[in-house]
Ligand binder design. Sequence first.
Ligand SMILES: [Zn+2]
Length: 220
Amino acid sequence: MSYAPSTAAGKQTAQQLADISRTLYERGWMPGTSGNISLRLPDDPGRALITASGRDKGELTAGDVVEVDALTGLASPPGQDRPSAETAIHAAVYRVTGARAVIHVHSPYATVVAHRATATDAVTSVRVERFELLKGLGLNDPTSTDLPVFPNWPEVDRIADDVAGHLAACREGPPGLLLGDHGITTWGDSLGQAKNRLECLEALCRLLVLSQSELHVSRA
Ligand SMILES: [Zn+2]
């Protein structure tokens, strides 16, 4: 059943998700039905709206979202559409970081870096350093960062567990992560901030690829 907001905040939040979904689709970052975006409700931050599973991201409407518990990812009230298959990863980010918005896309350069830097059996990280765009990530030290790369397990809950464990142990990391052979997830205090950080990280991955130097990959 389409999302039927009971409050003005719910209606506005759903529309924000639809608008940004179309924007990112038009850039080619959410091909087909891929990618997922969530935003906590401003008047009830323990709850979030997330894009429904299997929707064309270029045609997403405010009705194509699902209300979930932000910290568990479980959908409620019942009778809604199915939330994104990757909702557990959003919930893991919310639990550990306190973010209010999470974006996951398959933007090409981040996905290439995730493809080259992943290991099949362990979390790795890619060193990003020197580029001015690092300043767009809000890091304490904007001269370098280690972008984590998680194995793309078929079981999403296993990825979510890896993400929660890694982020809890590494509070100074960047506001984003890569999923091996898969894509990128970023977060922020608002959808706008998560989108800005996504743009910076995608651009940094593009620079890494274009510079054609070896990626500095370490095992976490
Ligand atoms: Zn994905």
